[in-house]
Design a protein around this ligand. Structure first.
Ligand code: HSX
Length: 235
């Protein structure tokens, strides 16, 4: 069954938020507030809600695979995933499409000769990512995949890397979008609209996930518990 897609804004395509698959995926994504998160953001989405739920995980992969498979010969030639959570989705999508998966790595991790995105700012950090020279080349059509788009900083770094390597971004894709941070708009407005023609595709919005998916434990629960206490806190 092909997922229903609608155009949210110019070149921003999103799964219809009433589609049963979008709802199942959204309702498998817990979030934590700042006290129980690694970063000071209002809602930190826990992707393990997907990876530890085989049905939801499969559905996420299927949504992307169906979209790119339907494009036939005009579809992507490569999938490039962002370190680290893009690595959870990209390999399965690439394998199903029988095309290469390419890593967009944080600086300091990859061997070989590299291109760098330079420093960029995300929702909660400053990062730098790299790709290996020759991992994509002129004529290649690359899907950039991540778990989530917030401010668009990470995505733009990926666009710049693929551009430096002479290839084209076919589409930017993410499972979750936080539309209030205008990430997709920022991609399309970046560098006088250099990437304005590249579609972005997202599966669920934060509003579909909703307040009911908040999973903060009772007040006073420590963030790290001693191993000897784990069973008691879990009960
Ligand atoms: C998170 O921040 C996600 O996994 C993405 O890689 C990134 C998205 O934030 P932003 O760059 O769009 O602000 O770590």
């Amino acid at each position: 069954m092909v997922v229903r897609v609608r155009e949210l804004g110019s070149n921003h395509f999103c799964v219809d938020q009433t589609d049963p698959r979008a709802v199942r995926i959204a309702k498998s994504l817990p979030w934590y507030g700042p006290k129980y998160s690694p970063h000071d953001v209002p809602s930190f989405y826990d992707v393990s809600g997907i990876t530890e739920n085989p049905e939801a995980f499969r559905e996420v992969i299927e949504v992307f695979v169906e979209r790119y498979r339907a494009q036939g010969a005009d579809g992507p030639t490569h999938v490039a995933g962002f370190d680290a959570r893009g690595f959870l989705f990209g390999p399965s999508i690439a394998m199903a499409l029988n095309i290469p998966f390419v890593m967009i790595r944080k600086a300091g991790k990859l061997p070989g000769v590299l291109v760098s995105s330079g420093k960029y700012v995300t929702e909660y950090s400053t990062d730098e990512t790299v790709m290996r020279l020759g991992s994509v080349r002129e004529g290649d059509r690359v899907v950039l995949i991540d778990d989530l788009i917030a401010t668009g900083g990470t995505a733009i770094a990926g666009f710049n890397l693929v551009d430096q390597l002479g290839a084209k971004v076919h589409e930017f894709a993410a499972m979750v979008s936080l539309p209030f941070l205008d990430g997709v708009k920022k991609i399309h407005e970046y560098a006088d609209g250099k990437f304005a023609d590249v579609p972005c595709f997202t599966v669920v919005d934060d509003s579909t996930i909703g307040a009911d998916m908040g999973r903060d434990p009772p007040e006073g629960t420590p963030r790290i518990v001693p191993a000897s206490d784990a069973a008691r806190v879990l009960a």
